[in-house]
Design a protein around this ligand. Sequence first.
Ligand code: MLT
Length: 200
Amino acid sequence: MKHIFKQGAEDGHTLLLLHGTGGNEHDLLSLASIIDPSANILSIRGNVLENGMPRFFRRLAEGVFDEEDLKFRTKELYDFIGEASKTYSFNNEKVIAAGYSNGANIAASILFHYSNPFAGAILHHPMVPLRGMKLPNLTGVPVFIGAGSNDPICTPQETNELEQHLTEAGADVHVHWEQQGHQLTGTEAEAAAEWYKKIF
Ligand code: MLT
């Protein structure tokens, strides 16, 4: 997969950056510098194109996911992270996902499919990636969700449902609410950074 890797401080964490629809691997670099300037960075571009816009999986309509493609792309991305950890010699057990919108959705899908795939996850405006699944054991995995009380794409109901699924699987979920629609604002990034500093 097309990506950027930046080496951080030795033995540190690796921030896995996953952009939103129409974005690329450069979009969240400034977010990473707010969250943890000393972390390694693995920033990946989604492999799917929708009218020229990169995404991490196909959708049939706004908010309606192509579930077969989502499952396929979830494994593809998960495997790629494992390969990248060998290529760049970073500790695969110290990866923290940080995704926005479509990127948060595929990060959530990885959490729905694999037991403890990340040391933690920062999900900015995620949706429930798949329904009717039994989630793996996510005991103690810290998850930050940035949500909008007036987000038309990831509605508060959807946020609450995702929080419930992750909590029931054992994850330690913190939800931060804003009122700026689907935007990833500076204050939301700062809240994620505060959360991160307390935990890592
Ligand atoms: C998605 O398709 O993943 C969500 O609707 C968010 C987005 O617009 O990318």
